[in-house]
Design a binder for this molecule. Structure first.
Ligand SMILES: NC(=O)c1ccc[n+]([C@@H]2O[C@H](COP(=O)([O-])OP(=O)(O)OC[C@H]3O[C@@H](n4cnc5c(N)ncnc54)[C@H](O)[C@@H]3O)[C@@H](O)[C@H]2O)c1
Length: 376
């Protein structure tokens, strides 16, 4: 089986790739994707600021892994990639993914998330048209999306596969649009599409502009821990390896035309996440304790959704997937990973991004201190 995986040099795509390549027959802890040891994975990635080949180091030597540097907006490059890879499954993760950047530069999000998804769908449609028999029956286009397309919840309730779309940020609006395009290519052209929407991920190799790695690294460096508003916004956190396992189940066993919601069953207020990181840091890096003294409340993000929460019973019933990591153990593992993998994040931080705050609309007033930044 050949998988063409877009965005595989990013946080989640690299976790999926590592899992697909690492698994052999009978690998413990891989009950959801039997047979994936036969899989070849071709990662297609533009290597934007968020793409990092170091995250694919563990699989780079595998004969089942290959890398194509290309932009999903480039129709000719996509045609060539489909001809070369002959994919049975497309897993589409390439995207601009940071809400704060979408407030500063929404055009990049429209370009990659909407136009890029459209180009990829057209390339997949042309490829699918040339398939017959078994290969045609096997083909899937799996689009990976976010729970942010559903907008904000109040204190109660959960998103389900039937929740109406109500995106608020340029990021979530562009992802919502891409979900609609994918379903339209299924309904109109018969492309066997599947969409999955997931809650906030955390874990190794996450770009340190996102909440959890940013807090870990700022705490380590004795910098302020910027918390938006009062820190009361609630997110449902899932460990990236649980998400990756769910994505493999969806791509290999999900039904075309279906939507699957994935979440971690771990709702936490942002301030509770930051305090939990501080407690772990106090134990692991006692010299900097108490790290909670670094917590700084900053101007809220414009249009900041109050709460997201996922009901993932549908995928549990249909594919037998459920998240396995608890938030407490997953968070500790993640803190340890950043402490043990300094070269990975030092290389990232010495590049274009240096931890500055992004995503304040101009009307929000004067520029905040440069070290203040937080996102998801
Ligand atoms: N991170 C989360 O918590 C989360 C939650 C739910 C869904 N998602 C979705 O999962 C997917 C992956 O998210 P992530 O956190 O790994 O993102 P990421 O920003 O870490 O990685 C995105 C990857 O896409 C690549 N890319 C960007 N534009 C491209 C283009 N035009 N052509 C080819 N490659 C391009 C980047 O180089 C990078 O490797 C996204 O579609 C995102 O919307 C993320």
């Amino acid at each position: 089986m050949n998988i063409l995986l877009t965005g595989g040099a990013g946080f989640i795509g690299s976790a999926v790739t590592r899992q697909l390549i690492a698994r052999g027959p009978g690998t413990p802890g891989a009950p959801h994707a039997p047979g994936t040891s036969d899989v070849n994975v071709s990662v297609l990635d533009k290597l934007t600021y968020a793409g990092n080949l170091a995250s694919l180091k563990a699989v780079a030597a595998s004969p089942r892994f290959s890398f194509i540097k290309a932009d999903i907006c480039d129709a000719a490059a996509l045609r060539e990639a489909f001809a070369r890879v002959r994919p049975d499954i497309v897993m589409h993760l390439a995207a601009e993914s940071h809400v704060d950047r979408s407030i500063d530069a929404p055009g990049d999000f429209v370009e990659t998330n909407l136009v890029g998804t459209y180009r990829l769908l057209e390339a997949a449609r042309a490829h699918f048209a040339g398939l017959s028999g078994e290969a045609r029956a096997r083909f899937r286009f799996h689009h990976i999306s976010t729970d942010e397309v559903f907008g904000a919840l109040g204190p109660e309730g959960h998103f389900t596969e039937d929740t109406a779309y109500a995106p608020h940020s340029p990021y979530s609006a562009s992802k919502a649009g891409s979900d609609h395009l994918v379903r339209a290519w299924g309904d109109t052209f018969g492309l066997p599409v599947i969409v999955s929407n997931c809650s906030n991920n955390y874990g190794p190799c996450q770009f340190p502009e996102k909440l959890i790695p940013l807090m870990i690294l700022n705490a380590l460096e004795g910098k302020p821990l910027p918390v938006y508003g009062k820190g009361e916004n609630v997110r449902d956190w899932i460990h990236v390896d649980d998400h990756a396992e769910g994505l493999i189940a969806v791509a290999t066993r999900g039904r075309p035309g279906q939507t699957y919601l994935l979440g971690g069953n771990a709702e936490r207020r942002n301030i509770d996440v930051v305090n939990a990181i501080c407690k772990i840091m106090d134990r692991l890096v006692p010299g900097g304790a108490p790290h909670a003294r670094l917590i700084t409340y900053v101007t809220d993000r414009p249009g900041h959704d109050f709460r997201y929460a996922i009901d993932c019973s549908h995928i549990g019933r249909e594919l037998g997937w459920r998240p396995r990591e608890t938030f407490e153990s997953g968070l500790e593992k993640t803190v340890r990973w950043y402490l043990d993998n300094r070269p990975w994040w030092e290389a990232v931080r010495s590049g274009q991004y240096r931890g500055e705050r992004l995503g304040l609309a101009p009307k929000q007033g004067p520029e905040p201190r440069p070290e203040l930044e937080l996102g998801e």
